[in-house]
Design a protein around this ligand. Structure first.
Ligand code: ADP
Ligand code: F6P
Length: 324
């Protein structure tokens, strides 16, 4: 049943992602335009439990749309995974007059959001992660920037790899998901793309392809390896030993999470942030904002968490045809 809210909080949780600031800005400005008060909760659920709560107005979010990271900071918080921690969080919300919360994060953060909602705090989740690994949505805040950052870095690695006629393994982030790897594989014209969802561990086949590519006159051999497979450094050593071709491993790491958000991340994060504030103003709770089939929609949090998704079989098949 719809419950009216007067004051909302907003927090970012889990790994940061470029575009989170655009989402925060939209939450704050749209909520205020709907007559709500807004408080910023610092450092995710950790800051909630520490009562690091600040008043926000429209100027608190001035000049942030183009900035990476999150002005609210972010954290991981074990205490909030316990029923006692969640009850403490809900009690602190009530103490500060917060009757609704926007949680910007990934699946773990949404599990926490679902718990807060069950404890009577109206809660809306926004998908913020570079990994694109949230099942209910085709878009997550930060993926577009991260994949563009990785693509540009891999272009640079390709230059030096060609000059030295080397093989390069580039490891990209994504936790257990291969979306960044797949997209970079396409965008960088990689010779091989290793995805946790599909990799069969057949390193000899990989080595054979490196040898074959060199015979065909390829000056470089870029292998995009997903973090979920890992072991890039030892893989590079084995490939070099087996092929005689100098091989280097580069782990792109956290540079993929920073930087100024792309236009798409700014725009989509703004729309999602606005939608979260509107849902709260309408008295809705336990919803997750998503982008599905070209539309911004919202789902029940538990239903969304029970959904699954996988790399598109068609896209994977096409990527295989392109790596020749
Ligand atoms: P993400 O939100 O990016 O998936 P995490 O999995 O690290 O990142 O989760 C972020 C935070 O969400 C955790 O540090 C914890 O505070 C909270 N959280 C994670 N899982 C749960 C859970 N099952 N119940 C309540 N809170 C959770
Ligand atoms: O979820 C985002 C992400 O960057 C993953 O791609 C990666 O596995 C993880 O976070 C890294 O976490 P941390 O910043 O704690 O090293």
């Amino acid at each position: 049943m719809a419950k009216s809210v007067k004051t909302i909080g907003v927090l970012t949780s889990g790994g940061d992602a470029p575009g989170m600031n655009a989402a925060i800005r939209a939450v704050v400005r749209v909520a205020i335009s709907k007559g709500l008060k807004v408080k910023g909760i610092m450092r995710g659920y950790a800051g909630l439990l520490e009562e690091e709560i600040v008043d926000m107005d429209t100027t608190s979010v001035s000049d942030i749309i183009s900035r990476g990271g999150t002005i609210l900071y972010t954290a991981r918080c074990m205490e909030f995974t316990t029923p006692e921690g969640q009850q403490k969080g809900a009690d602190i919300c009530r103490k500060h007059g917060i009757d609704g919360i926007v949680v910007i994060g990934g699946d773990g953060s949404f599990r926490g959001a679902g718990k807060l909602s069950a404890l009577g705090i109206n809660t809306i989740g926004l998908p913020g992660t570079i990994d694109l690994d949230i099942a209910c949505t085709d878009y997550t805040i930060g993926f577009d920037t991260a994949v563009n950052t990785a693509m540009e870095a891999i272009d640079k690695i390709r230059d030096t790899s060609t000059s030295h006629e080397r093989c390069s393994i580039v490891e990209v982030m994504g936790r257990n998901a291969g979306y960044i790897a797949l997209w970079c594989g396409f965008a960088n014209g990689a010779e091989d793309i290793l995805l946790p969802e599909r990799y069969d561990g057949d390193e000899q086949a990989l080595i054979n392809r490196v040898i074959e590519n060199r015979k065909r006159g390829k000056k470089h051999n870029i292998i995009i390896n997903a973090e979920g497979i890992g072991h890039s450094a030892s893989m590079a050593k084995r490939i070099e030993a087996a092929t005689g071709i100098e091989t280097r491993a580069t782990i792109l790491g956290h540079m993929q999470r920073g930087g100024t958000p792309t236009c798409k991340d700014r725009v989509y994060a703004s729309i999602m942030g606005a939608k979260a504030a509107i849902l709260l103003a309408e008295g809705k709770s336990n919803r997750l904002v998503a982008y599905k089939n070209g539309e911004f929609v919202d789902y029940d949090i538990q239903e969304a968490l029970n959904m699954t998704k996988d790399i598109s079989e068609e896209q994977y098949a096409i990527s295989k045809m392109l790596v020749r």
